[in-house]
Design a binder for this molecule. Structure first.
Ligand code: ZN
Length: 239
């Protein structure tokens, strides 16, 4: 099928950003720096507030630092909570929601449902399970398991997973040197590439390649944002 408008870039290209992104500005201000996932301490019982991490800042529509976007994993009801999240009860179905963060460093068969963060580190394996969380970080293996994240899923090169079982509107390819290569089409709404990736993307939202990102493949998307310094070798169909 012929694209509405199509551009093909045939060589490795370092693209000068048309507009300086908000992220670049915020970096200069010392705000909005990506939090290193390596430095994660033992899981504190809290949820990442919307607008406080760099991940959220890119996708959030509001920037109130103490506003938490919660999706009840029992009934699917979505609402916002301000302030601390020591314990919360879904206002709709009255289920008491788990707010803990989970850091996975070994093999586990364990269904997890939390409004916090689930981080599967390089040695971590989740097998035959279901994960529901506000944010999921995947560096290890997700075998025969599903993952749903209300806010975002961040995947790093070297991770093993079935992309069709990862459900989120905001998929992030984490920064690093390993190339994440996918044969299946990526159909997530918004995709942000901070690392190296080879794939075919069909997105109904925004694809963003940040300055540390490098992408090979094809991109069909409503909007494409390429930061200064990003690498791109792709067939593009935008708009
Ligand atoms: Zn509920």
């Amino acid at each position: 099928m012929p694209p509405k408008s199509s551009h093909v870039i045939n060589s490795y290209t370092s693209i000068q950003a048309v507009k300086k992104s908000a992220e670049e500005k915020s970096k200069k201000d010392g705000k909005g720096r990506a939090v290193s996932n390596e430095q994660h301490p033992a899981a504190p019982p809290k949820v990442k507030p919307v607008g406080q991490s760099s991940n959220d800042a890119r996708f959030a529509h509001t920037a109130k630092p103490t506003l938490h976007q919660i999706e009840c994993y029992a009934c699917g009801y979505t609402y916002n909570v301000r302030g601390s999240l020591a314990s919360i009860i879904c206002p709709k179905c009255k289920v008491s929601l788990d707010v803990k963060d989970y850091i996975i460093n070994s093999e586990k068969i364990k269904d997890i449902a939390t409004v916090g963060v689930v981080e599967i580190n390089t040695a971590g394996i989740i097998k035959d399970s279901s994960i529901k969380a506000n944010t999921i970080v995947l560096k290890g293996k997700l075998i025969n398991s599903t993952a749903f994240a209300n806010v975002s899923v961040e995947i790093f090169g070297g991770a093993e997973f079935d992309i069709d079982k990862i459900d989120t509107n905001n998929l992030i390819i984490g920064e690093g040197n390993s190339i994440l290569s996918l044969k299946e089409e990526l159909k997530h709404k918004n995709i942000e590439i901070r690392g190296k990736m080879k794939a075919n993307i069909v997105s109904s939202g925004t694809v963003k390649i940040v300055s540390t990102g490098f992408f090979i493949g094809s991109i069909k998307a409503k909007t494409l944002i390429i930061e200064d310094g990003a690498g791109l070798l792709a067939d593009l169909e935008i708009g």
